[in-house]
Design a protein around this ligand. Sequence first.
Ligand code: TXA
Ligand code: MG
Length: 334
Amino acid sequence: MSTQQTFRSVPPTDDAIDSACRFLAAGELIGVPTETVYGLAANALDAAAVRKIFAAKGRPDNNPLIVHVADLDAMQQVVRWPLDPITMRQFDAIVDLWPGPLTIVLPRSDRLPAEVTAGQSTVAVRIPSHPVMQQLLRRSGLPLAAPSANRSKYVSPTTAAHVVDGLGDRVAMVLDGGACSVGLESTIVALGERPRLLRPGAITAETLASRWNVPVEALLPVDQQPVVLEAPGMMLQHYSPQTPLWFAERTASTLQGRIGRIAFAPLPDNEREKFAVVRVLSPTGDLEEVGQRLFAVMRELDSMALDAIVTDTCPPHGVGRAIMDRLKRAAFRE
Ligand code: TXA
Ligand code: MG
């Protein structure tokens, strides 16, 4: 089949999932819904298919992929199992958070091609909860390598239409599983000598710290930077719209031109009037709702030829830690 054509997304009927399984078995890429963001999936055991992911995204080949599996049995096919006793205890304390928006970095199995893990001795694994992704994993019987289905450095996709916009000419099909319920990429933790938070997400640092009975700070890097370069994909500029993004608390009235405003809660009229367009992410300022809608609204405002986007910020605790992590990267300019 031609890879130059742009494919539209399809509803996740039984037939559509069967075709997706056939495409995956044949080494093609598929756009898949998960509860966090949409993924660009390939058979994780097929090195050539995995290389297509890097090519499609324009992703540096030193940035490893997350491997998605249906359940713990399937996980044992991609992880070096059993874990050592220390890692096993850390794992046991959080494994009930699966299926869900949590990725765990563990020693890798030799069955995985080196491309998936970018040559590292560890693999990032996740059991996603989205019912369509669960069906696809079970019916295909394959572990699926899937990064977020955006071009490298752009905002992650939270709808099937976002995937078609960015990568429609690179995928055999996109399964439309609706808007993602979490809307932020999964929390990533690495286990071993001590557990570490590599990327904050909807499973909060506070939840994880309480499971391991350590203070939250113990999970963070020594210098307390929220940015961890240990996950090679966590370079500072990431998730960025083309339009310059500014934090409301720092801009006051200095910006000129047509400005878009991302508000976490409704704004008073005299504030609204200052902006060409305002998007309110939650009627009550609920941060889970903010996280769910943030990327879609960034993309929408980015398509409106605005001179700048100004966004609210929030305290970096709970899911607010993940929201501020993404916003800082999106606002970062060299
Ligand atoms: O929510 C998500 O995690 C989505 C959906 C599709 O599951 N996927 C996702 O993948 O966000 P991606 O490739 O955009 O981000 C994966 C991150 C990267 O920062 C990468 O460096 C890190 O995971 N990573 C992957 N394998 C790793 C490893 N072995 N050690 C440390 N970091 C790893
Ligand atoms: Mg990504």
